[in-house]
Design a protein around this ligand. Structure first.
Ligand code: NAD
Length: 317
């Protein structure tokens, strides 16, 4: 149990995603204390045993399985617990089922919660981020969804492949819903200061509209393509969630396309979606508005509408 004083993270849900996040946290030595909570206690214990056997080759860390009382004094509480789609179940049925499970989790967290940032990863992440903020009665800057951070790095990866350049040089955001209505903010995409068009011309790298649309579709459909091949996605989300956690442990803010409740930014209210936000150990610090084109603004409104529709259908849950 607790030996080192320091940063404490709790992961609720030790399934494929939760266990992978725990594994990456251990590899990167992000925290001193890591707790796995799962309704399936044996699964949480098994994951703890598996990761802890590697600690001799990593930095020391206290990792253990526990109950919800572990959220007390946590710096970060990561929520990955949720159900996956059953054969024949509609998307909305799954949303209702996951919302009910999440409500129980929020009720279990509440009596022990005494601060700390909430990072929601379970899907539908935008809707659940909104709901957790409501249920836990926390200010919006303390409840963060993993949003389109993963989609944005998928997009950057595919752009890097196409343009033949180090992905670190590519600045690009997928914004809106973590789902079908997401879209790239092309107007903000640049290759170390060059617009896509400038870069394409200056380096003699053709990049047609059809190729751009194909990359957008590949980004949007990536999860479905991976699930069709291996049944689930967890490495990409494990790595991107660990990067969000790194940003949430530092005093100096970083820009990430996390999911957050908007309070007038982009003219939107009372909805949670992903836009670039400054995040740090204080949570969400600022949501500086991107100068989107009119077409991009319309796409953001459509995304907001799609999320709002689901929230309306869940009214009362
Ligand atoms: P999984 O089925 O492998 O794991 C879910 C875990 O949640 C299980 O271990 C289960 O026992 C646990 N659980 C269920 N109810 C619980 C409760 N009330 N309290 C505690 N634990 C509970 O699923 P997974 O592949 O790990 O996916 C988890 C979630 O992450 C899903 O909602 C999935 O859609 C989502 N996901 C999100 C992203 C993203 O980009 N945001 C990416 C991949 C997966």
């Amino acid at each position: 149990m607790k030996q080192n004083k320091g940063i404490k993270a709790v992961i609720i849900g030790a399934g494929a995603v939760g266990a992978t996040i725990a594994y990456v946290i251990a590899i990167k030595s992000l925290v001193q204390e890591l707790v796995l909570v799962d309704v399936n206690q044996e699964k949480a214990e098994g994951e703890v045993m598996d990761i802890s056997h590697g600690l001799a080759f990593l930095n020391d860390m206290d990792i253990y399985a526990a109950g919800y009382d572990a959220v007390r004094d946590a710096d970060i509480i990561v929520i990955t617990a949720g159900a996956s789609q059953k054969p024949g179940e509609s998307r909305m049925d799954l949303v209702v089922r996951n919302t009910k499970i999440s409500r129980q989790i929020a009720n279990s967290i509440k009596p022990h919660y005494n601060g700390g940032l909430i990072l929601v990863v379970a899907n539908p992440v935008d809707v659940l981020t909104y709901k957790y903020q409501e249920w836990l009665e926390l200010p919006h800057e303390k409840v963060i969804g993993s949003g389109t951070v993963l989609d944005s790095i998928r997009f950057r990866y595919l752009l890097g492949e196409k343009l033949g350049i180090d992905v670190q040089n590519i600045h690009a955001y997928i914004i809106g819903e973590h789902g079908d209505t997401q879209f790239p903010a092309w107007s903000a995409t640049n290759i170390s200061g060059f617009s896509i068009k400038e870069y394409s011309q200056a380096t003699d790298t053709p990049f047609s509209k059809e190729e751009q649309d194909h990359i957008v579709a590949q980004t949007r459909d990536a999860a479905a393509e991976i699930i069709a091949r291996k049944g689930a996605t967890y490495y990409g989300i494990g790595i991107s969630t660990s990067t969000i956690i790194e940003s949430l442990l530092q005093p100096l803010p970083a820009i990430r396309t996390i999911s957050t409740r908007l309070n007038g930014e982009y003219g939107l209210y009372d909805v949670v979606l992903s836009v670039p936000a400054l995040i740090s150990s204080r949570g969400i610090e600022k949501i500086p508005e991107l100068p989107l084109t009119e077409e991009e603004k319309q796409k953001l409104y459509l995304s907001a509408k799609a999320i709002r529709t689901v929230l309306d259908e869940l009214e009362g849950l």
